[in-house]
Design a protein around this ligand. Sequence first.
Ligand SMILES: Cc1cc2nc3c(=O)[nH]c(=O)nc-3n(C[C@H](O)[C@H](O)[C@H](O)COP(=O)(O)OP(=O)(O)OC[C@H]3O[C@@H](n4cnc5c(N)ncnc54)[C@H](O)[C@@H]3O)c2cc1C
Length: 548
Amino acid sequence: MARDKIEGNVKAWFIGGGVGSLAGAAFMIRDGGIPGKNITVLEELPVNGGSCDGGGDPDGGFVVRGGRMMNLPTYECTWALFKDIPSLTAPGMSVYEEILDFNERVKTRAKARLVNRQREKVDVETMGFSFRDRVELLRLTKASEEELGDTKITDWFSPDFFQTNFWYLWSTTFAFQPWHSALELKLYMDRFLHEFYRINTLEGVARTPLNQYESLVLPLQNWLEQRGVRFEYGCRVTDLDIAKEDGLNVVKGIVCERKSAGAAKRERITVGDGDLVFMQNGSMTECSSLGSMKRAPKMLGKDDGSCWGLWERIAEGRPEFGNPRNFDERISESVWESFTVTLKDNAFVDKMVEFSGNKPGTGALVTFKDSNWLMSVVLAYQPHFRKQPEGVKVFWGYGLFPDRVGNFVPKKMSDCTGEEILAEICGHLGFEPTVFAEANCIPCMMPYITSMFLTRAKGDRPLPVPAGTKNLGFISQFVEVPKDVVFTVEFSVRAAQMAVYQILGIDKKIPEVSRYDRSLKIMRLSLRTAYRRGRGPRRSKATEHMEA
Ligand SMILES: Cc1cc2nc3c(=O)[nH]c(=O)nc-3n(C[C@H](O)[C@H](O)[C@H](O)COP(=O)(O)OP(=O)(O)OC[C@H]3O[C@@H](n4cnc5c(N)ncnc54)[C@H](O)[C@@H]3O)c2cc1C
């Protein structure tokens, strides 16, 4: 659509209030000159932020479904946007400046990144590669997108590779599973190659001062509100009315259920000539559910939410809108479980600091590499919430294999209550259960959490603005964004910038994806890391030779 046609009284609807949509609305205002009052965000939940969440209170327990690690050398679109968004907690600073300042003060350097079954810190100086592992990794990084196609990671590596330190470090940092997309792993190797040489300490991880809902989403929402953007919560969009005009798909109406006084009312919002719609197709936290200390979380499916159903409905007969079923029908390959623990005393934190050698906020992840659930815990800088009183501490963790029976609790993680998850953590650390005497652990089941890592074929993800579409853009983790990697805030922000710029015809440069994989310095460091030897047991040259 040409820019001259969309100025004036154009209205825009964003379906979904995730960070991607909020970024999209900000790009419309800042770079497209669209007045904020013309923009409405329709969100089915009672809050914005979607997967970038953080809520609760000291008594009921705090919850973050995810704890986000950011990266300062990359996240180009995110930082360029948040340079213009004032912080709500650091007067006079932008969100970006506040994050820079925080990471200058609180530096990450994990001293207990992997812990083994003997409850010992593993020497992670070495990646633990054999000659064959190195050859296979090199082969993957050199493969073209066509060669990688819809293959799995296991198609490219021998079983030993999945026992290397590298695999434990990389897979738990980014949440890869062996059956996930080999193409996505290659994209990650390219995008984050500059982190490979320090993946054992996670020194490249940048954190937000508080949880990401309060440090990123709220300031952005506040900026939009000040410019008149309207937010409608409890509004579930169930369908789009799409007509064919001059061979183009044109959205004419948004069918939704609005909650009022507890009842859902079906309505149709008219999308006028020249008006625009941006939709969040797919969400990694769709149909997630919370448990409690005494209750395991429920396993929900796509019919319990509206996100996947909406995408399926509009993609029916329109292959250019992608193939949602590739992502929403393989829960066993995409599910895992996280948990948030609110502590009303210091017992656990003190023991953890003593064990790991890291103060809260400096250790990033501690992974129990031999745990059946492949469990990790993260002790963020405290306080993690604005409402967190002195003396209350919060930590987060997750298990990548919730369908397996624990090492200390004879139950699948998915069947465990918060209490039982805490017992499993004590087992792996050798701590007395009394460290959790004052703890409230809230588990969270996320059936689609790694759905965007599933093997995919060309066309399964639509373009941010599909060909032959007049007034509809897609903003999510499930669109085609060349060279960028999913499971990041950056991916959604970049997708938003691409969709908005294209539809509004904004003639400004979108920050490029940095190519550290082409830096000689990074290549040299990476090579050195791949051959680095640690202090622990290592394979002999003869074994390596035989394996090769
Ligand atoms: C456990 C976990 C760990 C993570 N770790 C990291 C990390 O380390 N680093 C990093 O950068 N990122 C991380 N992320 C990812 C990051 O949070 C997401 O990529 C990002 O928040 C996705 O934003 P989004 O706006 O695209 O989608 P979402 O946040 O999923 O938002 C979609 C929104 O749309 C709404 N919606 C959907 N359909 C409808 C409908 N039909 N009607 C009305 N509303 C609808 C949903 O309710 C939701 O609010 C993590 C996320 C999680 C959950």
